[in-house]
Design a protein around this ligand. Structure first.
Ligand code: TYM
Length: 332
């Protein structure tokens, strides 16, 4: 059976980008078709300045939102990364396979480290090694497919390279995974700046729809989205990024095609209104289930504990095999 692994890091409140680029497909497709594991990858939240209490709160909120979106513990495994030691255990071995040069070439590292330096902040070593931990997350489960948004494909490429290199050097140990992206909305853009990604770690802005935003806030943000000069509604990501973004959001919510939908509109106002309605409709059940889940934290703890047990059971023998393969003496 196909094995799927993916994760979300608790560095901010989840956005419509996380939902349409990843979570929606995990719920609608992946959990039904594969042995799928989905993780709140909390260790990844420590690569930047963070407040411990906030990381703790965001980790729980992220887990609740994953379940509220429709991940069903009867169909898939949901767990918190730090509850399973194998991720950190394997990461070190993979640091011994990765090179300094290939990690410095990662786009996210270049962007985030440049931003930190410009702000006079130090850059944590873990920001550089972060994609190696992500590689460990994936390889520890002998994952076949990694469903992610477009911004993560370079990291999954690195994962493939490291898996191949490890296998060549030390013998077949890992499955070489591939990234899968949704057919539309693999890169949801900021509504106020449609040339940059809608990101949860950015400053709260008018261009970011959060999954827990109130209905009227969602509507306001979408109605005020920056569109482009001109009046025709056409689907052209290069020439009309603002309109293209709205069309993709609408298409993703309605399981439609952005180019076909473009033909149905003759004004930006009507497109915005329908997009707002579609997003509100998609988020409504999620918000209702979220409220029920946070009212019963004990039930969520049980899901996460059982998820971690199952994840450990899969990862342990794989990581043990990797330790043996590189020449480490097995514990008696
Ligand atoms: P993270 O937490 O930034 O995002 C979680 C998922 O949401 C997708 N995503 C988007 N998709 C479309 N448009 C957007 N604007 C948008 N913003 C985010 C991301 O592509 C991702 O799929 N490094 C990962 C977390 C991670 C991981 C892993 C993922 C750690 N280990 C192993 C897969 C497998 C990250 O920072 O995602």
């Amino acid at each position: 059976m196909t094995r799927i692994f993916s994760g979300i890091k608790p560095t901010g409140n989840l956005t419509l980008g996380n939902y349409l680029g990843a979570l929606r497909r995990w719920v609608q497709v992946d959990q039904h078709q594969a042995d799928a594991l989905f993780s709140v990858v909390d260790l990844h939240a420590l690569t930047i300045e963070h407040d411990p209490a906030r990381v703790r709160a965001l980790s729980r909120r992220t887990a609740a939102l994953m379940l509220a979106a429709g991940l069903d513990p009867a169909l898939c495994t949901v767990f918190v990364q730090s509850h399973v030691d194998e991720h950190a255990r394997l990461s070190y071995l993979l640091e011994c396979v990765a090179t300094d040069g290939e990690l410095r070439r990662m786009i996210q590292y270049k962007e985030k480290s440049a931003r930190a330096r410009a702000a006079g902040e130090s850059v944590r070593f873990s920001l550089l090694s972060y994609p190696v931990l992500m590689t460990a997350d994936i390889l520890a489960y002998r994952t076949d497919e990694v469903p992610v948004g477009e911004d993560q494909t370079q990291h999954v490429e690195l994962t493939r390279d490291l898996a191949v290199r490890f296998n060549q050097r030390y013998g077949e140990t890992f499955t070489v995974p591939k990234a899968t992206a949704p057919p539309v909305a693999a890169r949801v853009m900021d509504l106020q700046d449609p040339t940059s990604k809608m990101g949860k770690s950015h400053e709260a802005g008018a261009g970011i729809v959060y999954l827990l935003d109130d209905v009227d806030v969602v509507r306001k943000k979408i109605m005020r989205a920056v569109t482009d000069s001109g009046r025709e509604v056409t689907y052209d990501r290069e020439a009309r990024p603002g309109v293209a973004n709205l069309l993709e959001i609408l298409a993703a919510c309605r399981d439609g095609d952005p180019a076909v939908l473009a033909g149905a509109y003759d004004s930006y106002g009507a497109l915005k209104k329908d997009t707002a309605d579609a997003v509100i409709e998609v988020l409504r059940p999620l918000r209702e289930r979220y409220a029920a889940l946070v009212a019963d934290p004990g039930a969520m703890d049980t899901v996460l504990r059982e998820g971690a047990e199952r994840a450990r059971g899969i990862a342990r023998p794989v990581v043990d095999a990797a330790y043996a393969a590189v020449g480490l003496v097995p514990a008696g």
